[in-house]
Structures are given as structure tokens and as C-alpha cells.
Design a protein around this ligand. Structure first.
Ligand code: PAF
Length: 279
């Protein structure tokens, strides 16, 4: 497995592969890898000759300084995990390599980046779009893989790729859950074992909400019940639960196979998200 910290040698390596007509899959990550990430690598390996995993905690997508500082960084363990699943190359750049100077570029995705995560994390998707554009430009992959847990992020990246004419096939890979049902997330590393049990309330709330909506309860009534359920637990705070259209994420009052439930909240100071398709 090749490891690159700089853009220039990575580009030279990838150009050699492209000259041999080999296809390239990119798995962008912020490290602290878990089984969900390894599924992305496996998906890429099935469809491409070469898989590149980027590991970079992108400062411009954090609207909370404390969250950025506390984001888990486990590069050695990440490298060890990636070598077990046949990843071909890692790109782990420094901040200076990715941002020679503070960027003044800002992205605006219309309503898509103002709702849900966008409402609670202003500027977050602009930072994601900036770094993903850079990664797409550096790696120029044939395909790129993202986790479905970040459902809204995937929609933003799809819009970015579509409007900027990136010739890259995007894939959204289903959420991988712990045996308990907890959605795998790098942020889970910051949870104590008792807090991991508490964090399950978000997945359980999604299941409860789905059942109630299918029985005909209104979205308003379901939201109240979910809030009560989450906040009955000490140190748990619900930020939102929303039923939304899977295409544009506009909130929906009516259940259909084209809607998704999305939830976000805190256990202590750790912010978690999850979602469940209504299909
Ligand atoms: O989903 C993530 O881990 C990040 O948002 C991404 C796509 C790697 C951009 O920093």
C-alpha cells in the first residue's frame, strides 16, 4: 500500500495508472476508520482496478472549534485497517498541502444546504464541497464512494459533481450498524460504553417514528413523541427529526417510499446523526 502526504507524487502515481488504462476509485474519509469505511473500500475494489482512500480532517467543514479539536485522529490504526482490505493507496495530506492559504471560496446549494444539517451547522456543506472538489481534482477518480449515514452530504456532493461537470460516478453505500443497531460513526469513539447505549435512542426513535407514521400518526405528533423519548435520557438532546423527500430533502407531511427519516442530536457533547428510508 502506497502512502502519500503530498499532492505532486500522488498525481504522478495516479497518472502512471491512468496511462495503463486502470480505473480509480476514491473513498474520501476523515479517518478514525470503522467497518462502515471498510465497506466503502470493498465497494470501490469491486468496481475499480485501484482504490485510493483519503484521510483528512477538513477544518473548513467544522463550524465548532471544539468539535474539530476533539475529532478522533487515529492514523496508524487507520493504515493498519486499510491494509487488511486491500486498499492500494492512502492520501493523508497536511492542512498546508490542502489549503495553501485560507480559502475565500464559498458554495451555496440553494435550499439543500440551509435545512437539516445545514440549519444547525452553518457553512458545513460549503466546507465539505470545497474539500471534496479539491480531492476530486487531485485524484480525478472514475468513481467515488460515500456513506449513506451522511445522506444530505451525499445529495450536496451529487449536486456539486453535476453542476461542476465532474466526470465521476458517485455511489452511496448503505449504513453499517453495530449489532445493537447503533450506526457506525467515527464520533462513536468519543462515547463511553454507557453513552453508546444512550446513543441507541436515535436509531430506536427512527424505528418508532417509522412505525407510528405507517400507522397514520401525523409528523407533528411523531416529532413530539421522539423528543420526549430522547430527552427522557440524561445528557441526551434531540436537535431534529424530520421526514423528508429523498430527492431534495424538503420536509414532507406524507409518508411514501420516496421519503426518509433523518435524526440528529447530542449525547453529552458528541453530535450524532442517523437516518432510515421509509421504503
Ligand atoms: O464524510 C466525511 O467523512 C467528510 O465529510 C468528507 C466527505 C471526507 C469530506 O471531508
Amino acid at each position: 500500500m502506497e502512502i502519500f502526504n503530498e499532492i505532486k507524487p500522488l498525481r504522478a502515481y495516479l497518472n502512471t495508472l491512468r496511462r495503463q488504462q486502470l480505473t480509480i476509485g476514491l473513498v474520501p474519509t476523515m479517518g478514525a476508520l470503522h467497518h462502515g469505511h471498510l465497506e466503502l473500500i470493498r465497494a470501490s475494489r469491486k468496481e475499480n482496478d485501484v482504490t485510493v482512500c483519503s484521510i483528512y480532517v477538513n477544518p473548513t467543514q467544522f463550524n465548532n472549534k471544539n468539535d474539530l479539536e476533539k475529532y478522533p485522529r487515529t492514523l496508524d490504526a487507520d493504515i493498519a485497517q486499510l491494509s487488511t482490505v486491500g486498499c492500494d493507496a492512502i492520501f493523508a495530506p497536511t492542512n498546508l498541502e490542502m489549503y495553501k492559504k485560507a480559502s475565500e471560496l464559498r458554495f451555496d446549494f440553494g435550499s439543500l444546504d440551509k435545512i437539516l444539517e445545514g440549519e444547525f451547522r452553518p457553512g458545513h456543506f460549503s466546507g465539505v464541497a470545497l474539500v471534496v472538489s479539491k480531492l476530486f481534482n487531485i485524484v480525478q477518480p472514475n468513481r467515488a464512494y460515500f456513506g449513506q449515514k451522511d445522506f444530505q452530504q451525499y445529495k450536496v456532493i451529487a449536486k456539486l459533481a453535476d453542476e461542476l461537470l465532474f466526470d465521476i460516478e458517485l455511489s452511496s453505500v448503505p449504513i453499517v450498524r453495530e449489532p445493537t443497531g447503533l450506526a457506525m460513526s467515527s464520533r462513536n469513539q468519543r462515547l463511553s460504553e454507557p453513552d453508546k447505549l444512550k446513543a441507541l435512542v436515535f436509531y430506536h426513535s427512527l424505528l418508532m417514528a417509522k412505525e407510528l407514521l405507517l400507522k397514520g400518526e401525523s409528523t407533528a405528533a411523531v416529532k413530539v413523541k421522539v423528543k420526549e423519548k430522547c430527552e427522557a435520557l440524561p445528557n441526551v438532546k434531540l436537535e431534529y427529526i424530520e421526514l423528508a423527500d429523498t430527492e431534495n430533502l424538503i420536509p414532507s407531511q406524507n409518508v411514501s417510499s420516496k421519503t426518509i427519516l433523518l435524526i440528529a442530536g447530542y449525547v453529552g457533547e458528541v453530535r450524532l446523526i442517523d437516518n432510515l428510508l421509509m421504503e
